[in-house]
Design a protein around this ligand. Structure first.
Ligand code: FAD
Length: 417
């Protein structure tokens, strides 16, 4: 059964993929648009999931398979919504699609990248590494085709097209637009890390060995810039003393006034990464409150049971660097013992919060005081971290709910002509 017009899903992270798959498997046509050249969102850049410490790759592969097997889902990558008009059941959505310059004839042989003479910062690794201008976003990327970042190419270079013996590189592609008639829109545009360079005193952007939790995921990941080795960016050495700073910019009126809900569990998880990889290391976690609600409480208890992981209640005031060694000193208040302390660290990880991504959303959606997306006009539904900060399982449930509401819209509009 197919009922009525399609649902448009904005964002191909875990929430957007879930909304698309659930709606399609219930019988609805779906158009899923993603602004990046690949699906998976932030989850694709995560090393392991808390609390089970299992790789997200399994869940992603299952979702990619369901997408591949669905004849009802049309996927447009490097695509963004530029205009939306109409009303519930009858929206006209104009989408612009940037050229990939590589067609579905791509076999992923990699000859284009091998012969490409230009490089670009790899945004997948938060700029910690580079790719060629002809690149595969990551090993299990979906769609499984290379992409050419044309602005990074050397002028008039055609090396990738010349190298491709399958004729899959088409440098004549241009931006195109499509107007779609859709019944409802699900906004699953997700989150970005808070810009840690805006936080005074913690040294991010000035001291190489101060990193963020998002970067830590990439350092720990086998497909990351260090091949999965957690090392200091300044000298590649294994860190022996690692300090995590919770609420870096969160629950702070000058930055993000809200709690991002996942950062405590993320730091506990990352402390476990450090301890598993460097058995002689020590970890300290400075926190205001440890917020690991529901079933995450057991995970908190199990990580905190490690005698080499210390949890210290106190807000970090300052991080200082010894420029000669790259070593750091973390100055903070130890609230429970009522004293100021200074801890030596080889590596400091700032647990920065989640910033909702709302750029490019149609005006019909509402945005709350914190910038998260609310229900808008009838037929417009938010899902995942664009709606509120949440872990993956909650994003999946949220997206399933949004898909159902969008589907109701499709059915209503089909019945009313
Ligand atoms: C450091 C850290 C570690 C974490 N670790 C875990 C963990 O171990 N376990 C867990 O359960 N949760 C974890 N989380 C939370 C997890 O990352 C989120 O729950 C998950 O990413 C939410 O998925 P999403 O689809 O809502 O958003 P995203 O993953 O951000 O996906 C959104 C997608 O939308 C795309 N997009 C954005 N704007 C547009 C637009 N205008 N048009 C088209 N596409 C657009 C983006 O490119 C992206 O692909 C962690 C979070 C942090 C900060």
């Amino acid at each position: 059964m197919t009922a009525g017009k399609p649902i448009l899903v904005l964002g191909g992270g875990i929430a957007g993929m879930t909304a698309a798959i659930e709606a399609a498997e219930a019988g609805c046509e779906v158009v899923l648009i993603e602004k990046a050249p690949y699906l998976g969102g932030r989850v694709a850049r995560t090393h392991l999931y808390f609390p089970k410490l299992c790789p997200p790759a399994c869940g992603l592969e299952v979702n990619f398979k369901r997408l591949r097997n669905s004849s009802r889902i049309k996927i447009l990558t490097q695509a963004e919504l530029v205009e939306l008009s109409g009303s519930a059941g009858d929206y006209a959505a104009t989408v612009k699609i940037a050229p990939r310059y590589v067609t579905s004839a791509c076999t992923m042989c990699g000859a284009c990248a091998d012969l490409c003479p230009a490089q670009r910062p790899d945004e997948f690794n938060y700029g910690l590494s580079k790719t060629k201008a002809a690149y595969l976003p990551f090993a299990m990327a979906f769609p499984d085709t290379y992409v050419i970042d044309r602005p990074s190419c050397k002028e008039a270079c055609t090396a990738c097209a010349d190298a491709c013996k399958y004729g899959a590189v088409d440098l004549s592609q241009t931006e195109r637009r499509e107007t779609l008639q859709v019944a409802a829109v699900v906004a699953a545009t997700g989150w970005a890390p808070y810009d840690a360079a805006r936080i005074d005193g913690l040294g991010y952007g000035r001291f190489k060995n101060v990193i963020t939790n998002a970067i830590m995921e990439r350092l720990a990941a086998p497909n990351g810039p260090t091949g999965g080795k957690i090392v200091r960016p300044s000298d590649g050495k294994a860190p022996r003393e690692v300090v995590f700073v919770q609420c870096a910019g969160s629950r702070d009126e000058n930055h993000l006034p809200y709690c991002s809900t996942v950062c405590c569990a993320a730091s506990l998880k990352q402390a476990a990464y450090v301890r598993a990889q460097h058995p002689d290391s020590k970890v300290a976690i400075f926190y205001i409150d440890v917020r690991t609600s529901g079933r995450l409480e057991d995970f908190y208890a199990s990580v905190a049971a490690d005698p080499n992981i210390g949890l210290i209640k106190g807000k970090v005031a300052k991080v200082e660097e010894d420029a000669a060694t790259g070593d750091l000193v973390v100055r903070a208040e130890d609230v429970l013992h009522g004293k100021q302390i200074a801890l030596h660290a080889d590596l400091v990880v700032l647990a920065t919060g989640i910033v909702p991504q709302t750029q490019g959303l149609p005006a019909g959606f509402t945005v709350d005081d914190y910038g998260f997306v609310g229900n808008g006009k009838a037929g417009l539904y938010p899902a995942g971290c664009a709606r509120r900060p949440e872990e993956v399982s909650a994003s999946v449930e949220d997206a399933t709910g949004a898909a159902l509401r969008a589907f109701q819209c499709v059915v209503r509009s089909a019945h009313h002509g």
